[in-house]
Design a protein around this ligand. Structure first.
Ligand SMILES: Cc1ncc(COP(=O)(O)O)c(C=O)c1O
Length: 406
């Protein structure tokens, strides 16, 4: 059973027991919340006797983990890459901005394209590179090379490439190492968006999806997606944090303080858009302390095993097909076009299946469009999900399919 360790001396190292993953017990949750309420009440009762400033030294929270929302992670790296490219081109202002160009596969999350616009890139210079089934919807490095070369020949300045490990739509994986190799030819910033699948990489058997990551400039992953941390919490790792502060540092008089002047603290305000920030890292740290490495790995592995079980059910039923090979805990499947059924008929059947199933209130399927086809997405990810839920969802899918096809 996962449990919160309230002994502060125990907070210095992650437990690494071999126990299987089990979600928190509801009675434990009740007890922890009572403790939290008591803590807050006591604080208000005693606040007048407390020092106005906490008596702590820089570094006392060494284990704190930092975080910011995903789109901001992309935005700050885009701004840093933009400024680095402008400096390289010798531009004194933003005169060269219209020539800077960014690249990502068409499966990249929409926040990337939003962040590009916020960072001031000309929408005409945002390249969305088409993907297809031949690369399982991952970015094709040969196409990337061709497009970057053509842009360079046309006088544009390639600046930033975003590779995704585990796309939202189908969990496709862009080949990080090959993308980094192409990007190196043009001296551009490579960012890896591992918002969802980054969590899987706490297990050694999934880490190959990040091969080549040692050659990229930044990577973000969001524990709120698949690491039992509630919204929102995104970790951004940057090869050289100075490249963020070179673009984002501000030093107004009213923010000056001894801790900053001493150089002993990392001023996160210089690496983000806003100045203030919530202590999101604390949530993640509590999750890591509560479950420990072994149980978190087990959480990922059991989700993947349940998704694999669902995938096997789909493959064993002639009426269905798995549309994209499963990489993690998402299964993309659909009723396939058989007999007189056209692909368009099958699209419609899948849409009706999804609507009817979701109306039952017993399971929820989301959809996507992959390769122009309407595809259903079965995702395993909740901490309370068990094999019996997956089995009953599959039974419901079969029953609902029979009711619309027979
Ligand atoms: C791969 C990927 N990147 C980025 C995002 C955006 O994340 P957020 O909504 O936390 O900003 C998502 C959300 O699903 C995602 O799957």
């Amino acid at each position: 059973m996962g449990s919160l360790d309230t002994n502060p001396m125990a907070f210095s190292a992650l437990p690494n027991d071999k126990a299987a993953f089990e979600p928190l017990n509801p009675e434990d949750v009740r007890a922890y919340l009572h403790k939290a309420v008591d803590f807050i009440s006591d604080y208000y009762t005693n606040v007048e006797s407390m020092p106005v400033l906490p008596n702590v030294k820089p570094g006392y929270l060494q284990d704190e983990l930092s975080a910011s929302p995903t789109s901001e992670a992309m935005l700050v790296t885009l701004v840093a890459a933009r400024d680095a490219a402008l400096r390289r081109s010798g531009s004194v202002g933003v005169a060269d901005l219209p020539r800077l160009t960014v690249y990502a596969a068409d499966q990249t999350h929409s926040t990337f394209f939003k962040a590009c616009r916020l960072a001031g890139f000309d929408p005409a210079n945002i390249r969305s590179i088409p993907t297809g089934s031949e690369t399982d919807y991952g970015l094709d490095p040969t196409k990337l090379l061709e497009i970057m070369q053509a842009d360079t020949d046309a006088g544009l300045v390639p600046t930033y490439v975003c590779a995704t490990v585990g796309t939202t739509s189908s969990n496709a994986v862009d080949p990080v190492g090959a993308v980094a190799d192409v990007a190196a030819l043009f001296n551009v910033w490579v960012h890896v968006d591992a918002a969802y699948a980054g969590s899987a990489c706490i297990c050694p058997e999934f880490r190959h999806h990040l091969d080549g990551v040692e050659r990229v400039d930044s990577i973000s992953m969001s524990p709120h997606k698949w690491l039992l941390t509630c919204l929102d919490c995104t970790c951004l790792y940057v090869r050289d944090a100075h490249r963020l502060s070179d673009s984002l540092e501000t030093n107004p008089e009213y923010l000056k303080n001894d801790a900053t002047d001493s150089g002993e603290v990392t001023d996160l305000k210089d690496m983000q858009v806003g100045v203030g920030r919530r202590f999101r890292g604390l949530k993640l740290w509590m999750v890591m302390r509560t479950y420990g490495t072994a149980k978190l790995q087990e959480h990922i592995r059991s989700d993947v095993a349940m998704a694999k079980m669902f995938e096997d059910f789909v493959r064993a039923d002639d009426r269905f097909e798995v549309v994209v090979p499963r990489n993690f805990a998402l299964v993309c499947f659909r009723i396939k076009a058989t007999g007189a059924m056209t692909e368009e008929d099958a699209d419609e059947a899948n849409r009706v299946l999804m609507e009817n199933l979701n109306k039952t209130g017993k399971a929820y399927l989301a959809h996507t469009v992959v390769g122009d086809r309407f595809v259903l997405r079965f995702a395993v990810g909740s901490s309370l999900q068990e094999e019996r839920h997956v089995r009953s969802a599959w039974d419901l899918i079969k029953k609902t399919t029979s009711s619309i096809m027979d």
